[in-house]
Design a binder for this molecule. Structure first.
Ligand SMILES: [Zn+2]
Length: 84
């Protein structure tokens, strides 16, 4: 990109915002945010939602255990369907 990020539109910024947050960059210091209250508010909303989601979700989902339990449930289901 050859353009100064300060002159990007809100749409352009918002399209990149998730990527910027994901890359670990300090989005709060982004040149566009310094001059755009709309995107500052939007980012604050997103961070509030992200923080809330982190509190709701377990840090380490027990994926393997869950899959084993699903497999056991399927096996039970199979044997109960077996007429013999
Ligand atoms: Zn903006």
């Amino acid at each position: 990109m050859t353009r100064d990020p300060q002159f990007m539109t809100c749409q352009e910024f918002q399209e990149q915002m998730a990527e910027l947050i994901g890359s670990g960059e300090d989005v709060n210091n982004h040149p566009h945010l310094r001059m755009c209250a709309t995107c500052r508010a939007l980012l604050a909303d997103l961070q509030t939602i992200a923080d809330a989601a982190r509190e709701l979700l377990p840090v380490e989902p027990p994926a393997e255990d869950l899959w084993q339990r699903i497999e056991l449930a399927i096996q039970k289901e199979d044997s109960s369907l077996d007429p013999g």
